[in-house]
Design a protein around this ligand. Structure first.
Ligand code: 5GP
Ligand code: MG
Length: 179
């Protein structure tokens, strides 16, 4: 079994690049069919989605725009704790078909906040694609339109996802050992 060590943790190979790319082929084919003529704006969420966004957008052949945002965390009031806000969206999304491109949906908290904030700008519709979904961890009632792969709740790295800043450049996805 192929393993990698990142800082103090060991990870086992979990999803190969081939498996991931096949799943992305499927999502892209569905998007090309469903969004033809809709002039969509893809909003990719940095940092984690950079590799998914790149592979996905190479396969999307309909006319579209591609943009990038971050979800920045800041400390709210002591009662609200950590808040996340969309940062860097320059396009006017009013009346448009918007597709959020995420790396992974775990509890769904981050995505639920993004959706809440984007709705305020009155897009025609908001669709969501995520490379990975941990269905057993999902706690928020959110609509996920295009899920490339469903995985167990273990911590993973690679294909854009990091452990403490490292591992994003791995072309395959690895799962933490002994979990
Ligand atoms: P959520 O808000 O859905 O609970 O978590 C979403 C965020 O948690 C993702 O955008 C990602 O940054 C992080 N995350 C969740 N699970 C994993 C994982 O297994 N590996 C890594 N590297 N990040 C994860
Ligand atoms: Mg993310």
């Amino acid at each position: 079994m192929k393993t990698v060590t990142i800082k103090d943790k060991e990870f086992d190979l979990f999803l190969t690049e081939e498996v991931i790319e096949k799943a992305i082929d499927n999502v892209a084919a569905r998007l090309n069919k469903d969004l033809a003529g809709k002039d969509p704006l893809f909003i990719c969420v940095l940092n984690g989605s950079f590799m998914y966004a790149s592979e996905l957008m190479k396969r999307v052949s309909i006319p579209c725009e591609v943009s990038f945002v971050k979800m920045s965390s800041y400390k709210g009031t002591s009662s609200t704790g950590k808040i996340k806000e969309i940062y860097g969206l320059e396009e006017d999304i009013k009346g448009r078909t918007v597709v959020i491109v995420e790396d992974i949906v775990d509890t769904g908290y981050t995505m639920s906040l993004m959706l809440e904030q984007l709705v305020c700008d009155e897009p025609e519709e908001i669709l969501v694609t995520t490379l990975l979904l941990k269905p057993d961890a999902l706690k928020h009632d959110i609509k996920l339109d295009y899920v490339a792969l469903e995985i167990p709740s273990d911590f993973i790295v690679g294909f854009g996802l990091d452990y403490d800043g490292y591992g994003r450049n791995l072309p395959d996805i690895y799962k933490i050992k002994n979990s």
